[in-house]
Design a protein. Structure first.
Length: 91
């Protein structure tokens, strides 16, 4: 498997820039395991979709700007820097 297998076009207007004021109004994408169909709901309705034995996983990670573009001074060549992980404390 290559990372390019996960490349897709996502229009900029579909990328949230700020969280909603009322977080319970966040959108949910529901994938039905039986037939793979997709539906949409809002977070405040999540209890309507849970059954005994379901597990919720919470991701509290934060996204940081991690891709930088530049040009080499001597050759004019393009440079792209992609930061994959945090390697120490910043103070």
């Amino acid at each position: 498997m290559k990372t390019s297998d996960f490349d897709y076009h996502l229009p900029r207007e579909f990328i949230a820039q700020h969280p909603l004021e009322h977080r319970d109004r966040s959108r949910l994408m529901l994938v039905k395991r039986g037939d793979g169909s997709i539906d949409h709901a809002i977070l405040s309705d999540i209890a309507d979709y849970l059954v005994k034995g379901d597990v919720l996983v919470f991701n509290d990670s934060r996204v940081m700007p991690a891709r930088f573009y530049g040009r080499k001074v001597d050759t004019g060549g393009r440079v792209e820097i992609l930061l994959l992980r945090h390697s120490g404390n910043s103070t």
